[in-house]
Structure formats: structure tokens, C-alpha cells
Design a protein around this ligand. Structure first.
Ligand code: KG4
Ligand code: ZN
Length: 334
């Protein structure tokens, strides 16, 4: 069978990325230019700066990817691109690049939903097994998705307010840790004890999540302690916060697996890099005989390999767009 090469572009937030993926599994080349250092100065992503940086970086990222692969654009079967959700100004840069390449080289343009990309980060090198439950945890999303087969997404529930990564970033800022807060809290949490009495957020029968209450509880503890002239035990607060996050994510995910009678679980998105989360899920999945897959660390946070992996299936299903494709800030996974 002829090999299929997808050239993929991702620019939905603060990473400018391109990749070439063969047959949906094999990474031929990957470039990620991150803007983290720039945004860290502001304690979070500044959308206007992000889009300007994407413009500065995109050509280098595209060229670097082709050079690394020793391939030409003519050899690609299709161009896949993240069209949403994300920061609109950021998305437009990658999308315009993709449309330009599709036009010049007369290639099919394949729109990829950013969350589909995160999910398919689990399909690199080995194939996902169906049916499965996907827990998507990133800076912008917290969702439970049921997949009967490739590229079929049934939304079970999601966050009603802050995404889990967003809560990590905000809590980190309050306790004086650098952006992005997730890795910093994760590291600190392992040095601390679960001593602060924080609530388990939205502990109900739905598959929805809510993290703003937990975030506010951490902010209140911090203020109250400082008001009393006490020093915050940052590592204990980080540990308590992280444990409550993991409590609710594991509880609702394990419930979904049981109710849907599914034995495959994948975790996706930037927060899937969290060591505490991985450890707890590993233990639970072993106990319940569930087959757990987590992407390699470098494919947890934003990259274009995941867009190429998802784009391959979208392309095979004929999900091709014309050059009127537009970027969208919010969009249901479909
Ligand atoms: O998937 P991603 O790169 O971007 C979005 O699509 O949102 O995720 C970025 C998020 C940030 O909020 C960051 O703090 C979080 O992932 N993150 C982590 C860890 N590494 C990254 N959160 C918790 N623990 C980590 N180790
Ligand atoms: Zn992402």
C-alpha cells in the first residue's frame, strides 16, 4: 500500500509547530518553537504577542521541518492544520500558512480540531484500541470523551468554568511560581504533604468538572494565612491542590469506564504530563484491569505531530476543506 505523508501545522496558543507524519503513526520530522519564555514575563499567554511571534516564527518552522525530513512539499499527500479551538489571532497564522501551501502545491487541506489532535498523540508509534475513554486535560480543556472507533467522538462531560491546566497556572501565580504553573506545582507537590483542607470540586454524578471553586479555596487559604502573619507551606498547598484535582479526575474517569464498560483509557493534553496524575491512574488501571495509554511527554503539550496523526484519519475519511476554511475560537469536538 502506498504511504501517506501528512504535513501538519499547529499554532493555536503559544507554540508554533510543524511536522511530517507518515501513515498516521510515524514521525518523520517535528519542529516546535515555543514562546513560553516570552509569556512567562507576563505570568500567562498574551494573545497579541502570541500571534506576532507566530508570524515571526512560522516560515522558519515550516522550512526546518522539511529540511529535517529531507523531503519536499510536492511529496506530501495533504496539509493538516489546527483550525480551532484556540486563540483566534494565533490560529489564523497557522491556518493562512496551510491554505497558502495547499493552494501553491495543490494539496488537500484537512482541518483538525485541536482536541482531536491531543487525543491522537496517543496513536503515535502504536494504535489506539477501541472502544476507549479519553480524558483530555489541557490549559484550555477538561473533557471526557467516548470513542467507539477512529474519529468518532461522543462528549460525556467537561469543565463548567476553568480548565484544569488553567487552574494550575492561576494557583501557581498566587503562590509565586513561574508560568506555566503545571510543571512547577507538580514538582513542588512531590516535596509536600496533603495537609490543607481543600474541597473536592463538583463531586457529583455528572461527568462535568469545575475547578474555579478549588482555585478560589487555594487563594483564600493563601490570603488568610498571610493575614494572620503565617508563612504558607507552599509544597503542602501544592500537594493538597494537586491531590484534590487528581481525586476528581480519577473518580469521574473510572466511573465513565465502568458505566460504558470500556477497558481502554487514554489521557491527553498538557496536564497528561503530570506525574502525580499518571501515577494515580496507573495504579487504578492496574487494579481494574484497564489498558492505560499516555502520550510520550514531548507529545503531551502542543505540537504538530498530534495534528498530523489525527489529520491522517480525517484525510482518510474525506474530511477535506476548501480554501474558505476559517479559524474558530470555540468549537465542539466532532
Ligand atoms: O495542551 P497544552 O500544551 O495547551 C493547551 O492546549 O491548553 O497544555 C498546557 C497546559 C498548561 O496549563 C500547563 O500548566 C499544563 O498544561 N501542564 C501541566 C504539566 N505540564 C504542563 N499541568 C500539570 N502538571 C504538569 N506536569
Ligand atoms: Zn493543547
Amino acid at each position: 500500500m502506498k504511504d501517506t505523508y501528512i504535513f501538519a501545522i499547529e499554532s493555536s496558543c503559544d507554540e508554533t509547530a510543524a511536522a511530517i507524519v507518515k501513515n498516521g503513526h510515524e514521525v518523520i520530522a517535528s519542529t516546535v518553537s515555543t514562546q513560553i519564555a516570552t509569556h512567562a514575563l507576563f505570568g500567562g499567554v498574551v494573545p497579541e504577542i502570541a500571534s506576532r511571534k507566530h508570524i515571526e516564527n512560522i516560515t522558519m518552522v515550516l522550512e526546518n521541518t522539511l529540511n529535517e525530513a529531507h523531503m519536499k512539499m510536492e511529496e506530501m499527500d495533504a496539509i493538516a492544520v489546527t483550525y480551532g479551538p484556540g486563540l483566534i489571532g494565533s490560529l489564523l497564522v497557522g491556518l493562512q500558512a496551510a491554505k497558502t501551501l495547499a493552494f501553491i502545491y495543490d494539496k488537500p487541506l484537512v482541518p483538525v480540531h485541536h482536541i482531536a489532535g491531543h487525543i491522537y498523540a496517543n496513536n503515535i508509534e502504536k494504535s489506539m484500541e477501541f472502544p476507549l475513554i479519553a480524558l483530555v486535560v489541557s490549559g484550555g480543556h477538561t473533557e471526557l470523551v467516548y470513542m467507539k472507533e477512529d474519529y468518532s467522538f461522543e462528549f460525556l462531560g467537561g469543565t463548567l468554568d476553568d480548565a484544569v491546566g488553567e487552574a494550575y497556572d492561576k494557583v501557581a501565580r498566587v503562590i509565586g511560581l513561574p508560568y506555566p504553573g503545571g510543571p512547577a506545582i507538580d514538582k513542588l507537590a512531590h516535596e509536600g504533604k496533603d495537609t490543607y483542607d481543600l474541597p473536592i470540586p463538583l463531586d457529583d454524578d455528572t461527568y462535568n468538572f469545575s475547578f474555579s471553586g478549588l482555585k478560589s479555596a487555594v487563594i483564600n487559604v493563601n490570603h488568610n494565612e498571610l493575614d494572620r502573619g503565617n508563612k504558607i507551606r507552599k509544597e503542602d498547598l501544592a500537594c493538597s491542590f494537586q491531590n484534590r484535582v487528581i481525586d476528581i479526575l480519577t473518580k469521574k474517569t473510572m466511573k465513565a469506564l465502568e458505566e460504558k464498560q470500556v477497558k481502554n483509557l487514554i489521557i491527553a493534553g498538557g496536564v497528561a504530563a503530570n506525574k502525580g496524575l499518571r501515577d494515580r491512574f496507573e495504579k487504578l488501571c492496574q487494579e481494574k484491569n484497564v489498558n492505560l495509554t499516555v502520550p510520550p511527554l514531548k507529545y503531551c503539550t502542543d505540537n504538530a505531530v498530534m495534528i498530523g496523526a489525527a489529520g491522517y484519519y480525517a484525510y482518510k475519511l474525506g474530511r477535506i476543506s476548501d480554501l474558505n476554511l476559517n479559524a474558530v475560537a470555540t468549537e465542539k469536538l466532532n
